[in-house]
Design a protein around this ligand. Structure first.
Ligand SMILES: CCCCCCCCCCCCC[C@@H](O)CC(=O)SCCNC(=O)CCNC(=O)[C@H](O)C(C)(C)COP(=O)(O)OP(=O)(O)OC[C@H]1O[C@@H](n2cnc3c(N)ncnc32)[C@H](O)[C@@H]1OP(=O)(O)O
Length: 202
């Protein structure tokens, strides 16, 4: 993610625009974000004590944004909203992995701890806004092209409309995002202020 941050900063300093940013960093982004699937595996096999459900929603929604939205629908790659979620994911992950690294080394600077459990207050809504605006921008292209959709009649007698799937996905942020956000607020109270709260989990 640090590599991604440097590439993004260099691109913006050289070009002075976000247009072309996604194209220039897409390989690195796809590599690291797809690799994040391992985080779900780590939770499943218990080598980290994190909720499988929270991590699953977090990682799968990002994989979906990377592969099934931004990679697949080229005309939206230059939208401002793409830069919005890219910056927000990158800052979040640099902070989060710094937190893990320094925690493992047993030398966690207070600033990293503070940043891990404060930055999300702004970055989460900003990232989600970037994601939702990007899906919204994709809707007309998806409707026009009929991509990833299966129409009747066909030999399996099934139909699937990606356009409506995207509308449902956007709607699912309404119940799911607050769960992730409140989870982080509870973690913040626990880690920064030592408050213990009971959380219903997977
Ligand atoms: C198929 C279509 C699906 C569509 C779904 C649509 C619905 C989507 C709804 C909303 C999606 C949100 C999208 C998201 O992409 C938006 C953004 O990310 S915007 C940017 C801002 N984001 C954030 O701030 C993310 C916040 N989330 C997190 O930080 C974590 O990812 C989270 C998984 C939520 C877990 O955090 P939590 O604090 O609960 O646990 P941790 O894992 O951090 O820590 C627990 C302990 O485990 C140790 N640990 C964990 N991993 C490691 C590691 N790799 N190495 C070492 N140690 C690790 C950690 O230190 C903790 O230890 P201790 O308890 O001893 O402190």
């Amino acid at each position: 993610w640090l590599v991604l941050a440097v590439a993004m900063a260099r691109f913006y300093m050289e070009k002075g625009t976000h247009k072309g940013l996604y194209k220039s960093i897409q390989k690195t982004l796809k590599f690291f974000q797809t690799f994040a699937l391992l985080e779900i595996v780590h939770c499943l096999i218990g080598i980290v004590p994190t909720s499988v459900l929270v991590t699953g929603v977090q990682v799968s929604s990002r994989i979906f944004m990377v592969w099934l939205i931004t990679h697949s629908i080229k005309p939206i790659q230059n939208e401002e909203s793409v830069a919005l979620f890219l910056v927000s994911w990158t800052v979040t992950e640099i902070t989060r992995y710094s937190f893990y690294t320094f925690s493992l080394l047993d030398h966690l600077p207070y600033f990293i701890k503070w940043a891990r459990y404060n930055f999300f207050i702004i970055l989460y809504p900003v990232g989600v806004a970037g994601e939702l605006l990007t899906i919204y921008a994709a809707l007309p292209y998806v409707k026009k092209s009929g991509m990833f959709s299966v129409r009747l009649p066909n030999k399996y007698n099934v139909s699937f409309d990606y356009y409506y799937f995207l509308l449902i996905t956007m709607a699912s942020y309404i119940p799911l995002f607050p769960q992730l956000y409140f989870h982080m607020l509870r973690q913040r109270r626990k880690v920064l202020y030592g408050e213990v709260t009971v959380e219903k989990d997977d």
